[in-house]
Write a protein that binds this ligand. Structure first.
Ligand code: SF4
Length: 359
């Protein structure tokens, strides 16, 4: 198996599910480092890594989905449920701009009080106020799905309405592990994996940008991890086969087990590196692999040796912080760590992302 994979990496041939399972369970970490770097360097300049300076704006913590791994949500009518006022949203964007960043991601909950018009108004006003100086992920795939369900609208209608309001990205958050069995175990009220992928494909067929994500470290089996990767690769094949760009990037982060119903233990650092390498090797049709400083801190920069070419410098994300993530707000410190790993960090401007495609 080792020789076969080595030959495939050298030839640039696609690896199978069986080989991915071997990479997760038996392959030597040194081999994974070598192989994933070979593939990484085919897609990107060797010894260079791009980064974003960003924050997640958690605009509401009210949510009815009740995922058992979530430490963030509050049910409607809970005394500490909130919806951020507009001036606080603007203050958070202003701070990112002052620090040299140009990117925020919106991530809240399934809040039954917020209909499509709230999102349209919010994003339209941000686009009018900031123009192209800021880029934003407007919602995750999962939140877009909830808005569609709440308003009894097809995904396509919601996507096109958001696009008309100035939205360019609906990001792949809320995927966790994309198997129907995982959904049933942990978030039965959220959506199935089939629904999620249908919604994400619709987003991209509507001409919006999207990203792939995956969270490891719950109770998922290796088969479930491979299934997640397989379904993402298949979707990307379909989109690329139709001449569309598909997912811009794939971000892997780790579950934080504190202050929620599910609990458990944190994934160890080497398991995260192993997963990054497997994702790089398996997802041959996605260019950018992102490593998560938000959930892995220093270890995320080691991930640049395991197939990742891009990292985040986060200022805030209440969802993961409530579950135990500790954020280092010293931007230069994180840049220095990437340099110490032997990489030249290069700021990746989000405000210059590729133009949207008309449909
Ligand atoms: S993970 Fe998201 S959808 Fe699930 S309960 Fe938390 S906020 Fe709601």
């Amino acid at each position: 198996m080792r020789a076969r994979i080595s030959e495939k990496v050298a030839a640039g041939t696609r690896i199978t599910d069986e080989e991915a399972t071997y990479l997760y369970t038996e392959a030597d970490l040194a081999d994974l480092r070598t192989w994933s770097t070979t593939v990484r360097d085919r897609h990107h300049a060797a010894n260079q890594a791009t980064y974003l300076i960003m924050r997640i704006i958690n605009y509401t913590n009210v949510c009815v989905a009740k995922c058992d791994y979530c430490s963030f949500y509050r049910l409607p009518k809970a005394p500490d449920g909130y919806l951020l006022p507009q001036d606080q949203i603007y203050a958070k964007i202003d701070e990112i701009l002052e620090l040299g960043g140009d990117f925020v991601g919106f991530n809240g909950g399934f809040n039954p009080k917020l209909k499509l018009d709230w999102y349209q108004n919010t994003f339209r006003q941000i686009r009018e106020r900031y123009g192209d100086t800021i880029e934003f992920y407007a919602l995750t795939v999962a939140e877009m799905m909830y808005v569609a369900k709440l308003c009894r609208l097809p995904y396509e209608t919601v996507c096109l309405a958001l696009k008309d309001a100035g939205v360019r990205w609906i990001t792949g958050g809320g995927s966790e592990i994309l198997t129907n069995a995982f959904r049933l175990r942990h978030s039965p009220q959220k959506y199935t994996a089939d629904d999620y992928l249908e919604a994400q494909e619709t987003i991209m067929r509507c001409g919006l940008h999207s990203t792939g994500t995956m969270v490891i470290g719950f109770d998922e089996s290796i088969d479930e991890r491979v299934e997640h990767l397989r379904r993402v690769r298949q979707m990307q094949d379909r989109l690329r086969g139709d001449g569309l760009p598909g997912l811009f990037s794939f971000l892997s982060w780790t579950y934080k087990p504190y202050h929620n119903e599910l609990g458990g233990l944190e994934v160890d650092g080497d398991s995260y590196l192993r997963h990054l390498a497997v994702a790089r090797l398996y997802l041959d049709n996605i260019s950018h692999m992102r490593t998560s400083v938000l959930t892995q801190n220093d270890n995320a920069l080691r991930g640049l040796h395991f197939g990742a070419n891009d990292f985040d410098i986060p200022l805030e994300d209440e969802v993961t912080q409530m579950a135990g993530a500790v954020i280092n707000r010293n931007i230069q410190d994180i840049i220095n760590q990437a340099e110490a790993e032997g990489f030249t960090p290069v700021f990746r401007p989000m405000a210059q992302a590729p133009a949207l495609r008309n449909v």
